[in-house]
Unconditional design. Structure first.
Length: 195
């Protein structure tokens, strides 16, 4: 069973991404060919995808923190519960920075494991997916800051729908795998499956 965060990713967050796909089709049509207005939609889709994935990661982190805090409360640590929650979410990079593998590792490191290593052990293809996630973040930053450095963007100046769709598949796979390893880690910490 997936976490609440993964269920939300697969429904509400996917719906938002599907809406921009529909807008792309409405403006650009369904067939191949160069359509200049779609570049703006591709850029918007890139930023939206990155933000939705960041939201999933932040939600999953908060959900994990909630499970740990509930366990602490059940063990009689009520007076320290707020302090624990504050400590586990203080200066959370997912609140202000991109959902990069490094930032994800830093956030979930509070649960005393290396997220990226665990995700890669689960599926070796995740090593390449992490590289693709970094590329999505490079494009997100280029678009958001209007700084299209060709060295960071593989010599490209435009983003295509195919690129965004590939990043979306990568985010889907990573979300599923991150959810699984965080759930497994919490199962060890809490001696019970959290979701």
């Amino acid at each position: 069973m997936p976490s609440i965060s993964l269920s939300y990713w697969r429904t509400t967050r996917h719906d938002a991404l599907d809406e921009i796909e529909a807008a792309h089709a409405a403006v650009g049509g369904g067939g191949p060919g160069r359509r200049y207005a779609t570049q703006q939609i591709n850029q918007a889709y890139t930023v939206l995808l990155s933000s939705q994935f960041q939201g999933f990661c932040r939600d999953l982190h908060s959900e994990a923190v909630d499970h740990v805090c509930r366990q602490a409360a059940a063990a009689g640590a009520d007076a320290r519960l707020d302090l624990l929650r504050i400590r586990l979410t203080a200066a959370r990079k997912l609140d202000t920075q991109n959902p990069s593998p490094g930032n994800l590792g830093s956030e979930f490191g509070f649960f005393d494991f290396k997220l990226c290593d665990a995700v890669q052990r689960l599926d070796p293809a995740n090593a390449q997916r992490n590289k693709v996630l970094n590329k999505l973040n490079d494009w997100r930053n280029a678009i958001a800051h209007q700084d299209f450095d060709a060295r960071k963007l593989d010599g490209r100046a435009t983003v295509t729908l195919a690129m965004v769709r590939g990043w979306r598949r990568t985010c889907d796979d990573l979300a599923t795998n991150i959810d699984a390893v965080v759930g497994a880690r919490l199962g060890i910490i809490l001696a019970a499956n959290p979701w």
